[in-house]
Write a protein that binds this ligand. Sequence first.
Ligand SMILES: Cc1cc2nc3c(=O)[nH]c(=O)nc-3n(C[C@H](O)[C@H](O)[C@H](O)COP(=O)(O)OP(=O)(O)OC[C@H]3O[C@@H](n4cnc5c(N)ncnc54)[C@H](O)[C@@H]3O)c2cc1C
Length: 385
Amino acid sequence: MGSSAVIVGGGIGGLAAALGLRRIGWEVTVVERAPVLGDAGAGISLGANGVRALDELGVGEALRAASRFQYTGGTRTPDGRWLARMDGAALERELGTPIVGIPRSTLHGILRAALPPGALVTGAEVTEVDRSDPSGARVRWGDEERTADVVVAADGVGSRLRRALFPSHPGPAYSGSTVLRAITERPLDLRTDFELTWGRGAEFGHIAFADGRAEWHAVLNAPLGLRPADPLGALRRRFGDWHAPIPELLAATRPEDVLHHDIHELATPLPSFVAGRVAVLGDAAHAMTPFLGQGACQALEDAVTLAAALAAEPSVASGLARYDAERRPRSQAVARAARQAGRMGPRLDRPLAITLRNTAFRLAPSGMAVQAVLRHARWTPPRLG
Ligand SMILES: Cc1cc2nc3c(=O)[nH]c(=O)nc-3n(C[C@H](O)[C@H](O)[C@H](O)COP(=O)(O)OP(=O)(O)OC[C@H]3O[C@@H](n4cnc5c(N)ncnc54)[C@H](O)[C@@H]3O)c2cc1C
C-alpha cells in the first residue's frame, strides 16, 4: 500500500501541501472546517519564490493565465512623492518569473481544481490528533477517524494542533497593526500595478488584477479589537486627502465588501516544525506580519519542500527531520525581516523618524529596493517527481 497523509486545513498552505504530496504519489485527504472554501478574502501578490513553488506543484500556467503581472509601482508618501520605484520587469529578468497579483478566491480555485474529487472534505473540524501509535498518526473529525503516515497541521495562525503539540509555546501575539481591505466593485483606470503609501502609523496599498479591479488594504496602528461602526466611512475620512488613486479606490468599494482583521504573528519562533508524524506548515508554523507579502509564499515553499523531503528520504522520520531543517531557519528569518519591514514602514509614527526614513529612502541607490525584494524571492524549489 502507498503512503498517505491527512492535511488539516484547506487554506493556501494545506491545498499546496496536498498537491505536493500527490505529485510524489501519496494519497491525501484535506480536512477543512469551513463549509465553503476560500471564497472570501481580498487579493494577494506572490513573489517569484511563490510562483516557482506553484510551477513545481503543476499549477503555474493556470496561475499566470489568471494573474496580472506586477510590473509598475513602488512606495510613496501621502502627498504622492515616490520613495522607491519598483521595476517588476527587471525583477522578472533577474528571477525568470514575474510577481503576480490575483484574487485569493481565484488562487484557491486553481489549487482546488488540481485535486481529485473527494480529496477535500469541507465542514469538518479536526478535534484531535493521536500520536501514541508509532506506525501512524490518528486524526479525528466528527464521527470520522483516519490513520495516516503523516498529518500536516496547516490550520492557520490560530492552529489548534500547534497548541496541542507544543503546549508550552505562547502562541500568536497581536502585532499592533490592524488591517482593512477589499476588492473594488468595478475596474479602475490605475496607472500602476501595485503601490504602498506610508503615512504616520499607517499604510495604504493596492494590487491590480487582470480584470481591472484591484484589492486595496489599509494598515493602521491600533489597539486590539477596535472596530469602527462605519469602516469605509472612517477610511474615507482618514485617507481622503492622500494621493490618487487612494480616494478613488475607496469610492469604488461597497461597504459590505470591507474585511477587518487584527494581525497576529508567531513572535516566539516554534522550536520545531515537526512532532512525531505531524508536520506543521504555513501560518500554523510561522505566521508573520504581511509587510513583505511573503506569508503565503513561505507556505508554498513549505509545501514543495515537505513533499521533496519525504520523497528523497528513506523514512518518514528522516523526511520530516529534513523538512524541519530546511524550512525552519528560512521561514523564521523571513518572519523576522517582515517584522523589521513593518517597524521601518507602516508602524513608524514619530514624525522625526519618518523624515529620516524617507530621506534615507530617497538617497538610497535605485537598485536597493530591487535587492531587498530579491533577497526573499530568490529561491529555487526542489524538484518533485
Ligand atoms: C492583510 C494580509 C495580507 C497578506 N498579503 C500577502 C501577500 O500579498 N502575499 C503573501 O504571500 N502572503 C500574504 N499574506 C499572508 C497569507 O495570507 C498567509 O500566510 C496564508 O494565507 C496562510 O495560509 P495557510 O494555509 O497557512 O493558513 P490559512 O489561510 O489560515 O488556512 C488555514 C485553514 O485551516 C482551517 N482550519 C483551522 N482549524 C481547523 C481544524 N481544527 N480543522 C479543520 N480545518 C481547520 C481554516 O478554516 C483555514 O481554512 C497576507 C496576510 C494578511 C493578513
